[in-house]
Design a protein around this ligand. Structure first.
Ligand code: CA2
Length: 147
């Protein structure tokens, strides 16, 4: 059974507690459940994580890279939060590990402040899902299952 990593970056632990107009009312626990259901539908194992620390995200990407090298990774869904717009380290990790990855944003970052329009991750992502709310997580897993 192949594994999907769903990685969430800074402040996403606050989902459902504030800014419902931007991010919706569902919590990160709800998102985890949605991802577990999507993975179960496709016979995939799920690793679901959130961290407010860039290094933790790097470590999980490296771990996913190890599975990828062994042919055991289905793919990675990464919502890097604000690190999307700042982190060369995440770009290097995705490039260095070669993991097949979908960049995900709950909100439509292109309809928001201009500093959210640039992503260090998009050039090394296979696809970008953006603005579909938390439903995007399930759709990203559905897409990975087709790879
Ligand atoms: O739309 C997305 O998923 C983002 O990746 C979310 C990030 C933001 O910096 C990106 O530009 C777009 C922010 C996550 C913060 O999440 C919160 C959730 C509820 C309340 C406050 C913050």
């Amino acid at each position: 059974m192949k594994t999907v990593f769903v990685l969430n970056g800074p402040n996403l632990n606050l989902l459902g507690t504030r800014e419902p107009a931007v991010y919706g009312a569902q919590t990160l626990a709800d998102v985890q459940q949605l991802c577990a259901q999507a993975c179960a539908r496709h016979g995939l194992a799920l690793r679901f994580h959130q961290s407010n620390h860039e290094g933790a995200l790097l470590d999980w990407l490296h771990e996913a890279g190890g599975l990828h090298a062994g042919g055991q990774l289905a793919g990675v869904v990464l919502n890097a939060g604000a690190y999307t717009h700042t982190s060369v380290a995440l770009l290097d990790a995705i490039k260095g590990t070669g993991v097949p990855l979908i960049e995900l944003h709950i909100s439509n970052v292109h309809a928001r402040e201009s500093f959210r329009h640039h992503s260090y991750i998009s050039p090394v992502a296979r696809a970008v899902v953006c603005g579909l709310g938390v439903a995007g997580y399930g759709l990203a897993i559905d897409a990975i299952a087709q790879w």
